[in-house]
Design a binder for this molecule. Structure first.
Ligand code: BEZ
Length: 401
């Protein structure tokens, strides 16, 4: 069955979950909406708290809360309360989940999500309702291209951003041919397009594309095909639990030395402890590294480690910056989130001293940021160099200027 058949329209989903709740909030024991400006700001997290992306969700959530806590638990002078929805990285449930936050839980802002397919259903509802949406991970290109909107902001990346520079990195290493292997859904597909563009511009040729159904982690037959084809290098996109398994299987298959593995940094971010020796030496590109050595990052890492007893990763940075961006908007309107135009204007103009380095936003509300080349050394994504400075997504098709 095609996925679109499974997705409820906003109207159907409202009927299913929201409609009844909207008319009977108090009676049914649901929280009343925050109506007054002085009432707590209701932040709705829509994240995949379970499944292969669960660790990503946790780190986004952790760091967002950490930022708010550092601000005295207030944004724009208002206390903050959270509502959490586990979207399970499942696109067919996305419309219903987003409607639940917007219509039943009456959140003021939605922060989510991780999976590009889920994201696009959320963007559609944000466009229809005008609800403020801050994307703390999913790279779906369209969210800040043709489907861009004044109330949709992203603090992570477009799928194009971390993948386009991999092409040059591989070409510079002398590779002329490559195979790609990714999960078959929007993120993987857009990653391959971006990589092929970058590799092609530097004389490289993709000689095979392998697609793994999401979120499956049975890689053996694909690895056999790579071994048979013998490309100069491999470009891979996997993240979270899938990245752990892929990197380990790639090394166990004996491919790591003969056919070097590259990809966007999701392949090794937040995963190194579990990947161990299998990840050592892998080169990836991303808007973060474990040792950027700037004051904002040092302070961020120290506080995160103190608070959560764990090292942060790129997902934590994106969650932290989602809160920082919201804070800028909330401060600009002194907590009056209904002053949407003024709030969006302040957010669009934001310049954030992020742990990742300087962070600003394009006209389509996507980050402008450095993309770093990193190499895994002693269990860390060590900074090698800036692969592409202040990289902005082309924003193709976005009508905002
Ligand atoms: C995505 O679906 O856009 C995505 C998920 C995990 C890491 C990076 C991108």
């Amino acid at each position: 069955m095609r996925q679109s058949k499974l997705v409820l329209t906003r109207r159907q989903a409202l009927k299913a979950v929201g409609g009844a709740a909207v008319t009977g909030l108090a009676v049914r024991g649901f929280p009343m909406p925050a109506l007054a400006q002085g009432a707590p700001l209701r932040v709705g997290f829509m994240l995949p708290y379970t499944g292969t992306y669960a660790a990503l969700a946790k780190n986004i959530d952790n760091a967002f809360r950490m930022y708010v806590a550092q601000k005295g638990d207030k944004l724009g002078g208002r206390a903050v309360e959270y509502v959490m929805v586990d979207d399970q990285a499942e696109p067919p449930k996305a419309t219903e989940n987003m409607n639940r936050l917007v219509d039943r839980d009456k959140v003021d802002v939605v922060v989510g999500t991780v999976h590009s397919g889920v994201q696009m259903a959320m963007v559609k509802i944000a466009r229809e309702t005008g609800k403020l949406l801050i994307i703390p991970n999913a790279g779906a290109d369209a969210a800040t291209r043709a489907a861009c909107a004044p109330n949709v902001f992203r603090t992570s990346f477009s799928n194009w951003q971390p993948c386009y520079p991999v092409g040059k990195v591989m070409a510079d290493a002398g590779h002329k041919t490559a195979m790609t292997i990714t999960w078959k859904y929007a993120a993987g597909e857009e990653d391959v397009v971006a990589f092929k563009q970058g590799f092609g511009e530097h004389g490289g040729k993709v000689v095979g594309e392998l697609w793994v159904p999401f979120p499956e982690v049975e890689f053996q037959s694909f690895l056999t095909q790579i071994a048979e084809k013998k490309p100069d290098g491999v470009f891979a996109f996997f993240a979270g639990g899938g990245a752990v398994k892929f990197v380990k299987d790639y090394a166990a298959a004996g491919l790591k030395k003969s056919i070097p593995l590259y990809g966007p940094g999701f392949l090794t971010d937040g995963t190194l402890q579990a990947q161990g020796e299998a990840a050592e030496g892998l080169k990836t590109t991303l808007h973060y590294a474990d040792d950027l050595d700037n004051p904002a990052d040092k302070a961020f890492r120290a506080e995160y480690a103190k608070r959560y007893g764990a090292q942060p990763d790129v997902y934590s940075v994106q969650g932290y910056d989602a809160a920082a961006l919201l804070a800028i908007g909330m401060d600009a309107v002194k907590g009056d989130i209904k002053a949407a135009d003024a709030m969006h204007k302040a957010m669009r103009a934001a310049k954030i001293d992020s742990p990742r380095g300087p962070l600003s936003f394009s006209a389509s509300h996507n980050p402008i940021q450095n993309i770093y080349l990193r190499e895994v050394k002693n269990g860390k994504n060590a900074y090698v160099k800036v692969a592409h400075a202040a990289l902005a997504d082309p924003g193709t098709g976005c009508k905002m200027t």
